[in-house]
Structures are given as structure tokens and as C-alpha cells.
Design a protein around this ligand. Structure first.
Ligand code: GLY
Length: 527
């Protein structure tokens, strides 16, 4: 079974499973397919995290997060007066980190691929060369991209030759991307990091004043890391370690929630929402204070994810809201929500959860000339100005300050839940800082409230991230009576647009997948 944000990518993953490939093979093919069919977030010019568990119990976590170029520096997005330069870290060549996806997927293939590499990239080459019909969702997303067309003329690849936007049902053909993928298929990642594609990226950087060099690309490595592990009500939780905050914050939240009887409170009851947001604000305070790239800073991860620490955090919770300002001064930066996740299980019980991103929708908006792919704007996930309020009035932490060669902190949380040492749930979502609270809510919905995946992905969502001190809730998610009770407890609330686009597979007597109704994705079994 394969669950992704894009039906064509799901079908490619399933076709790999049907032709005898395993879950890792399907994950690699799906990842490349998303780079063609889901250009807002699927990518070869960005990065991500892959978590897999083989049927023999071997767990692998691959970190292919982007890195700051060697020429990056702490003050690179500040003017002479020390003020943040608008858009510098979010738009254009300077906002791009060194991409990791191609090395990451190749590392995945070396670890557990069973089909020839070329065979796994080939479906994406075909999709790029032959084109595919644009969905309603992609058409709307391309319309939103239009406002950047004047500043980034290369975005014309997403339009007709006469400049009119491509509409639903029309074919998106990406010839340059097809050639790039063909090189990756035949020559492996070296073509991207040392060969023709690397040269095209460096030329693009020279044209636009970006920092990525041949040396940055040659030096990029995907890293195998130990995922973080914990137990929630007897279920084993395995998730992303730093440089993602995803797994640490998820385990902190779940550990705190274990002390409350959520099942009796009921889903979306004011008691359950109150306890969940109280746990969330404490965990997000720690995210901002402690977490960053493990290759650069020491972090008290074992303490943060311990039951003993959760007990201490729980001990100052009451029936009333704890103001975020009283939870100490640690800072938090806003994050883009445009990312994509996919979940896969094969017939042997191997499971893979992958979350990838360009950061913002369509990343930096820079398309590498002659290579046809978008570069990320992941540099904005660093704290651009540690210790001082940024352009949003929020403050960034030193743990996540920019350093040459450092990975920026992420919230991505590809997660596997085990029951009795067997895979039970494979899940993840996009959503920037809301990724972690969505994954926590999905786990609680399934484990505490007994929902099936379709109910869990459809359930209304809410989110608290410590700063600002607000419960965000989806339009109409919470009835007036619950809102009133939460206000009486001292919470401020703000309605917002939909949160996330989760892809969940649950393994019971059957396999049961669900793609979030908030997106245009698809969950499909191979038989
Ligand atoms: N760029 C979103 C994340 O990594 O969390």
C-alpha cells in the first residue's frame, strides 16, 4: 500500500510493488515521481528524512536535510544596521541550502533497494518527458505561483508558450527535468553532485548571486542517524531525530499526555484539547531552546524524551492555561508549511515513511537553468537573527543559528508506530511547525480514541506552538461551547485555514490507508 499527496506518484509506487519491488524501492520511485508531479514540495533540489523498518526489525533513518553552503554566515540575511533584509532568506538564490534529496534516495537504495536504480528513476523520467494531466489542486497551486512570475521568469515552464497559465486537465511536460532525471538514472548521484547537473547549479548560482559551489555539492553527504524512540501507552513510537525537532517534540508531547485519561475526555472535548495544547506549548518551548544540528551542538535529547522529564513538565499543569510567557524566554521562529509526506508498506511487512520539502511552496522559486528543477529556500529554517525579534516579532535561538555546513532545524516527523514489535501505523504530514502536533493528534486519535485512519485524517485539527500564545484551530473545527470553555480556562484562540496533508497507513488484520481529504492525494493497495 502506498499513500501520497499525488495520485500519479501513488500509482508509480504501487506499480513498483506489483513488479516485485520492496517498500524501499517504491519509496525511491515515489520520491522521484513527486519531484515531477508535485513541484511545490516533491523535489530533487531540496531535502528530507526517510525512516524505514524492515520486516526483520532493522530500522534505518536517513537524514538528507539541506546544509548551509560553506560561504554562509550568521549575519548573511541582516543589513548593516543588523536588521533582517526582507525576503533575503525566503526568495532567490541566496535562500537555497545545498540539496540532499538525490544523495538521500541513493543512500536508501544502497541500504535496502532490491531493483536496479535506473529502473526506479525511469518512471519519473517518463512522467517528465511525456507529461501528465494537471489536477485541480496543481492548477490552483500554479495560479498562486503566478505572482512570482515577473521576478523569476524561468517559472514560465509551468505556463503555455503564450504565457497563459496551464489549467486543469492540460499536460505539464518538463523536458529539461526529464534530461536531468535521465542523467541521475544512468550515472547515479555523482551526476548531480559532481557532473553536468552540478555545473548547471553552480552556473545558476553565479547568475543569481547565490552561494552554493562545486565544493559544497561534492562534500554533501546523506547521514544515517539513530531515530528517536519512545513508548506511548504500550505502543513503540519511532520518529525523526535532530536535525529534525519532529521526533523529540512528538515524544515530549505524547509522554506528557500519557498522564491524562484522554479516552474518557473524548476527542475535541475541552479537557482533551486543553491537555494537548498545554503539552504542546511546553514541548515547543524546548524545541526552540535546545534543538539544532547534532553535528554542531550538544542537545539533551535523552532527558527531553524521558518519562521522568515529562512528569516534571506535567506537574505544573493545571485546569487553567499556563501563559507561554511564564514558560521561560526561549524563542521560536515561524516556518513554511509546504512539504510533502508519503507512507509505504509492502507485502513482506517492510515499511517506509518519508517527508521531503523545498521549504516554501516551490522553494526559492529559482529553477536551475538547463536542468528544469526548483531549488529549496531552506536557509529560512535557520534562526536568521538569534536572540533578537525577527520580522515577525519573534525571536530565534542560538542552537539553530547559521553556520557554514550546518543543517537547519526541521519539524518533519516521518513516524512508525509498532504494536507488539510489528508495524501498526506509518504516518507523517507536511505543515511546518504544525507537522508535529498533527502527527501527535493522529496518534492520539487512533490509539486513545479508536479512530481508523480515514476518521483520523478527517478529524478537525488544532495546534499550539508556545509562541505566539494561541490555540490555532481549523475553520469550524471547534464548536462554540468548547471554544467558550477553553476561553474560560484562559486560552486565546485563532481560527485558520486547513492544517496539514497527512498520509497514514494502519496495519490491522488488513492494511488500511488514508490520504488526507485536505489535499488531492491517494492511498492505494497493490492487490
Ligand atoms: N521546512 C519545513 C521543515 O523542515 O520543517
Amino acid at each position: 500500500m502506498v499513500s501520497t499527496a499525488c495520485p500519479q506518484a501513488t500509482e508509480i509506487g504501487v506499480s513498483i510493488l506489483r513488479s516485485g519491488g520492496n517498500a524501499m524501492d517504491a519509496a525511491i520511485a515515489t520520491g522521484f515521481a513527486l519531484a515531477v508531479t508535485y513541484p511545490a514540495a516533491g523535489n530533487i533540489g531540496g531535502g528530507g528524512f526517510l525512516l524505514s523498518r524492515r520486516s526483520d526489525g532493522t530500522i534505518t533513518f536517513i537524514d538528507f536535510r539541506e546544509k548551509a553552503p560553506a560561504a554562509a554566515s550568521e549575519g548573511m540575511y541582516l543589513d548593516e544596521g543588523g536588521n533582517v533584509i526582507g525576503n533575503a532568506s525566503t526568495l532567490g538564490h541566496m535562500s537555497a541550502g545545498v540539496p540532499g534529496t538525490v544523495r538521500g534516495l541513493y543512500e536508501a537504495w544502497k541500504v535496502h533497494g532490491s531493483r536496479p536504480w535506473e529502473e526506479l528513476v525511469a518512471p519519473a523520467v517518463e512522467l517528465a518527458r511525456g507529461g501528465f494531466p494537471i489536477s485541480e489542486e496543481l492548477s490552483q497551486s500554479l495560479m498562486r505561483l503566478e505572482k512570482h512570475g515577473a521576478a523569476f521568469p524561468a517559472l514560465a515552464i509551468f505556463r503555455h508558450e503564450n504565457g497563459a497559465p496551464l489549467g486543469p486537465g492540460e499536460m505539464l511536460v518538463q523536458g529539461a527535468l526529464a534530461k536531468t532525471l535521465e542523467m541521475i538514472a544512468s550515472d547515479g548521484p555523482d551526476s548531480f553532485y559532481e557532473g553536468t547537473i552540478a555545473s548547471l547549479m553552480v552556473e545558476e548560482m553565479r547568475r543569481g548571486g547565490g552561494l552554493i559551489t562545486h565544493e559544497d555539492l561534492r562534500n554533501y553527504r546523506a547521514v544515517l542517524r539513530e531515530p528517536v524512540k519512545g513508548v506511548y501507552r504500550g505502543f513503540d513510537i519511532i520518529s525523526a531525530p535532530p536535525p529534525s525537532s519532529g521526533g523529540v517534540v512528538l515524544l515530549e508531547i505524547l509522554n506528557m499526555l500519557e498522564g491524562f485519561d484522554l479516552a474518557s475526555a473524548g476527542p475535541l472535548s475541552s479537557r482533551a484539547v486543553h491537555w494537548m495544547v498545554e503539552a504542546e506549548k511546553r514541548a515547543y518551548r524546548d524545541r526552540a531552546t535546545y534543538l539544532g544540528d547534532p553535528d554542531f551542538i550538544d542537545m539533551p535529547v535523552a532527558r527531553l524524551i524521558s518519562k521522568e522529564y515529562a512528569g516534571r513538565l506535567r506537574s505544573d499543569m493545571s485546569e487553567m492555561s499556563t501563559p507561554s510567557s511564564s514558560l521561560s524566554q526561549a524563542p521560536f521562529d515561524p516556518e513554511s508549511e509546504e512539504t510533502t509526506h508519503y507512507s509505504i508498506i509492502d507485502g513482506a511487512g517492510n515499511v517506509v515513511a518519508v517527508t521531503v520539502t523545498l521549504n516554501d511552496s516551490y522553494g526559492s522559486k529559482v529553477i536551475v537553468g538547463g536542468a528544469g528543477f526548483l531549488l529549496n529556500n531552506e536557509m529560512d529554517d535557520f534562526s536568521i537573527k538569534p536572540g533578537e525579534p525577527n520580522i515577525y516579532g519573534l525571536t530565534g535561538g542560538t542552537a539553530n543559528a547559521i553556520r557554514p555546513g550546518k543543517r537547519m532545524l526541521s519539524s518533519m516527523a516521518p513516524t512508525i508506530v509498532l504494536r507488539g514489535q510489528k508495524p501498526f501505523i506509518v504516518l507523517g504530514t507536511p505543515g511546518g511547525s504544525t507537522i508535529i502536533t498533527t502527527v501527535a493528534q493522529l496518534i492520539v486519535d487512533i490509539i486513545d480514541f479508536g479512530m481508523d485512519p480515514a476518521e483520523a485524517v478527517s478529524a478537525p485539527r488544532f495546534h499550539h506552538q508556545w509562541l505566539p500564545d494561541l490555540i490555532y484551530y481549523e475553520n469550524d473545527a471547534l464548536p462554540d461551547s468548547i471554544l467558550g470553555d477553553l476561553r474560560r480556562r484562559g486560552h486565546d484562540l485563532r481560527e485558520r485555514d486547513p492544517i496539514g496533508d497527512a498520509q497514514v497507513i494502519m496495519i490491522r488484520e488488513d492494511r488500511c490507508g488514508a490520504s488526507d481529504p485536505r489535499g488531492g492525494g491517494r492511498s492505494l493497495g497493490s492487490n
